[in-house]
Ligand binder design. Sequence first.
Ligand SMILES: Cc1cc2nc3c(=O)[nH]c(=O)nc-3n(C[C@H](O)[C@H](O)[C@H](O)COP(=O)(O)OP(=O)(O)OC[C@H]3O[C@@H](n4cnc5c(N)ncnc54)[C@H](O)[C@@H]3O)c2cc1C
Length: 376
Amino acid sequence: MEKKQTDTIVIGAGIVGLAVAWALLRKGLSVVLFERSRAASGASIRNFGMVWPIGQPGGKLLNRALRSRELWIEAAHQAGFWINQNGSLHLAYHEFEWQVLNEFYDQSISKGYNCRLVTPVEAKQLSPYIKTSGLLGGLFSSTECVVYAREAVRLLPEWLRHRYQIEFRFNTPVLHVSGNEVLTANETWKAQKIFVCSGVDFETLYPEIFRNQPVTKCKLQMMRAVKKQASAQGPSLCAGLTLRHYASFSSCPSVARLNQYYDEQSPVYREYGIHVLVSQNQSGEFIIGDSHQYGLHHDPFNDEVINQHILNYLSTFFETADLQLVERWNGYYAKMENGASELVIQPEPNIYIINGLGGAGMTLSFGLAEELVNNL
Ligand SMILES: Cc1cc2nc3c(=O)[nH]c(=O)nc-3n(C[C@H](O)[C@H](O)[C@H](O)COP(=O)(O)OP(=O)(O)OC[C@H]3O[C@@H](n4cnc5c(N)ncnc54)[C@H](O)[C@@H]3O)c2cc1C
């Protein structure tokens, strides 16, 4: 079999693989990208499309998220997909939630966040969809933006192909990687560097490496919904449960009180890893989720009880009266169990595995890929 050659090979056309490919192309390297499916259909098209710097702890990860945000805006403008620089609004309905937002705000300038506290009236002006009954206030942050993931991840390859010298091999599972070679059913390719960005598929390539890493899989349930009058596209929305989900809030002392309250009142939220986010796409539809169930094996079925808990919590901060569900799905991502933000390892000198970005792959991949490629 004839061996074909390129500078670099990327495996996986999810957001991690696309980010690595774009970073390599910007360095002037030739890239061949292999994707098992006709088009990426994993975590990267199943998410909220949120680029969410406010969820990242100050320092390296916040800076990486903010750099990713710049790259998303550049890519969206050049590739022609929709992006909304709409910011985020965290809502507080309990005294301890308002306390957490105040504590976060007090640290925000020194840590590099760009946010402000808002009154209930201001919050309603930012988003007509929120409930103001019992609302104590909110935290508006200007750095979050949203893409419609299924559009962006479909258009990114087209743009990369058109703009740079990249060859996409869709419908082509990679069966084996070793040394400088990549083997598919019909071809062998050689490259100076190979990047394995295979998402939750740990089993095909380097299974022994993954078996020895603190990495697991997370299953999430999601919904898409419409409202009759939903033209405004305000900030992406969330409330108290989200304040215990992201590492950025963990330094706020009142998170302990918040945890205690929800664990006593509604232990089901922790049981299913529920916190609720709402983004909006360019058609005004709402993307709603999610739950988090961890383990190396998951059944493929959605649990309607979980969806109901998500919707119940949603109704505490969002006007759900005329909300109509039009789609439900689940997604899976790889997540580090040791608190690390990603897994980057070299199983062999010229091969890099990049995985385990958890619930922040849309937020961090572009920045991470740039850092990795700059350090090659
Ligand atoms: C429901 C949900 C909501 C989320 N919301 C957000 C959000 O709003 N913001 C955010 O920042 N992050 C979010 N995330 C996380 C983010 O989506 C993931 O971190 C990210 O998509 C992971 O990207 P990936 O490229 O590693 O994986 P994937 O998107 O799964 O891509 C991996 C690709 O590799 C291919 N592949 C695997 N093995 C092979 C092989 N041997 N040969 C060829 N191809 C192969 C697969 O077919 C797949 O297309 C969410 C995730 C989910 C599931």
